[in-house]
Design a protein around this ligand. Sequence first.
Ligand code: HEM
Length: 412
Amino acid sequence: MTDATAPTLFTWEFASDPYPAYAWLREHAPVRRTTLPSGVDAWLVTRYADARQALADARLSKNPVHHSEQAAHAKGKVGIPGERGAELMTHLLNIDPPDHTRLRRLVSKAFTPRRTAAFEPRVQELTRGLIDAFAARGSADLIHEFAFPLPIYAICDLLGVPAEDQDDFRDWAGAMIRHGGGPRGGVARAVKRMRSYLLELIHRKRADLGDDLISGLIRASDHGEHLTENEAAAMAFILLFAGFETTVNLIGNGTYALLRHPVQRALLQDALAAGDSALLDTAIEELLRWDGPVEIATWRFATEPLTLGGQRIGEGEPVLVVLAAADRDPGRFAGPDTLDLARRDNPHLGFGHGIHYCLGAPLARLEGRTALAQLLTRLPDLQLAQNPEDLRWRGGLIMRGLRTLPVTFSAD
Ligand code: HEM
């Protein structure tokens, strides 16, 4: 097949269902140089094996600044709200070893799977409270009333942001998600406010340590080394930033997938009603694979010329690993386009791979499980209140998620 049949990427139709275009790329041009809507050229990697290799390749750096002007320009232009509030941006997703190794080791001492597990009752309570607020109405927009507030309140609680300040966080996070991380005033202002707030909070906590995660970050030490206040603020910020829109999309895309697959949904609902949560575990992984929150992993840049999937990539050139394409690769997954909540062999890349593998995966799974289990149990006849064709998807490059998800149900 020739290039003439190549699909057009990044259009409105593409945003609502990118999977056919990704199937074409996987088959005909698995590592392809593409011009992004911003005008920047980047390599798109769509096969599972290449994607996994790229995510773990130390020659692909996360830090554009040191490698080439072209890389810095590419990243600036796509507007990862960056290079502006620079201090907050020196975070895990923008740095390489050895800095990454040091910071990740320190944060891992505070943000442990154990801390997340102990947080479960609070996530249950937050989820219940949000459903209570609309359950009697018989209709809701599950993005704005449910998927959006749950992760923001959960992360605020975990970090130790006092309840009276959490609505400010909700507004700042809203500004970031609305503008898709673009380099517009609203985002820059929100990032700036968040930064001063976090620095002040860290300062206060230092004088009066508690058992929240910010206190844990301040306390964490490795061979006598601690996080500086700026590093702790950047860490709190990336936890919010990386853990927010992703989780909104897990709940949004996940619920939407279930609403469109009534047989699979009924299996899950029956299992939950019987008190069996094993299917819920595999279901979360399958929803992450089938239509996960992160469509394309964050930017990487070649520090030296390298070959990937038979293509020569030049020094400084940007590489985008398309997780959504890799996770539908028939070379790795049986019947990849079928949603199978009981799928066992499922090493999806929805949380990434290698040294930047998602630090918040345990929390994301906890929130996803809790949200879906409570929704399906409390509102068993939940249904979509809009034609699927009329639903709008957010247009960002990295994330994949719905703008709204209107539903109806029998009031409880
Ligand atoms: C990294 C996905 C939730 C914190 C990543 C990466 C992916 C990902 C794909 C790697 C990006 C790359 O290599 O370019 C997700 C998904 C989530 C989710 C699908 C929800 C379903 C969370 C939560 C938190 C979090 C709740 C924390 C509260 C992080 C951090 C990193 C990261 C800190 C950077 C790790 C590093 O660079 O070492 N996530 N994430 N994520 N995630 Fe998540």
